[in-house]
Write a protein that binds this ligand. Structure first.
Ligand code: NDP
Length: 256
């Protein structure tokens, strides 16, 4: 197999929420394939710890403390990455939150905060990264959806709306930017063991057992399960793949 097909040396990747959970799993995969990484998150010490770990792959990594709901902060983040690395090849829109309440109990501020963090941030970061990718005549954008891009959930109306929206946003960007040689795809994680779902296991009774029973692989996903798909979608190997939404779910979404 041609290693260069999947090689990322010399490429620059921005990973929002890259300081923990699935984002860190993705950043590890990209770094192992040779990409330089900008870790974007709000928690500076978590981001610094991630950067220290990623540098062990012999790549350059920086932490850019940014709230992805803040448009001026996103512009500053993109300017810093372009300034320090001279290019942007890969953008992973991964930062996300959930507020677990049924629709009738969800306040407008809570709805807005989930939509802003999970969906509007992907729009703002993609729009801000586009000029650099267009100028290079190449780019890869990877958006993180969810099983709730496909299924409903009584306890997560804003989250499900944001994750359904991510898939349609992915398809729209894929159509808009294909002529610029920018591929835009989504990954739909199943149930993965992270801070986000540890919180869910505490808040949603019986969740742990239901996930195990429903997942054909009969386990929770791990963050390193995302390395391979991220490298594929970030590398030359996926140059004719765009607008897709790929489940990484141990079979959860095909279980009858
Ligand atoms: P974690 O809670 O472990 O990580 C969330 C990440 O998002 C953190 O790195 C956090 O960094 C960052 N983040 C949150 N809000 C902001 C913000 N306003 N600005 C910048 N960064 C932000 O969650 P997961 O790893 O589980 O989730 C990652 C993505 O995967 C999310 O989009 C989630 O919806 C999705 N997903 C997760 C699943 C799972 O089972 N775990 C299943 C399906 C989808 P910081 O705190 O430093 O800001």
């Amino acid at each position: 197999m041609n290693a260069e097909l999947f090689g990322l040396r010399g490429r620059v990747a921005i990973v929002t929420g890259g300081n923990g959970g699935i984002g860190l799993g993705i950043a590890r995969g990209l770094a192992a394939a040779g990409a330089d990484i900008a870790v974007v998150g709000r928690n500076e010490s978590k981001s610094n710890a991630a950067v220290d770990e990623l540098r062990q792959h012999g790549i350059t990594a920086i932490a850019v403390t940014t709230d992805v709901t803040d448009q001026p902060a996103i512009s500053a983040m993109i300017d810093r990455v372009s300034g320090e690395f001279g290019r942007i090849d890969i953008l992973v829109n991964n930062a996300g939150i959930n507020i677990r309440k049924p629709p009738h109990a969800l306040e407008l501020e809570e709805w807005d905060s989930v939509i802003d963090t999970n969906l509007t941030s992907a729009f703002l970061c993609s729009k801000a990264a586009y000029p650099a990718m267009k100028a290079q005549a190449a780019g890869k954008i990877i958006n993180i959806g969810s099983m709730m891009s496909i299924f409903g959930a009584s306890f997560a109306p804003a989250y499900a709306a944001s994750k359904g929206g991510i898939v349609q946003f992915t398809r729209s960007c894929a159509c808009a930017w294909a002529a610029d040689n920018i591929q835009v795809n989504a990954i739909l994680p199943g149930w993965i063991d992270t801070d986000l779902t540890r919180q869910a296991r505490e808040q949603v009774g019986g969740l742990h057992d239901r996930v195990l029973a429903r997942t054909p692989a009969a386990r929770w996903g791990e963050i390193d399960d995302f390395a391979g798909i991220a490298v594929f979608l970030a590398s030359r190997a996926s140059d004719f793949v765009t607008g897709t939404a790929i489940p990484v779910d141990g079979g959860y979404s095909i279980m009858g």
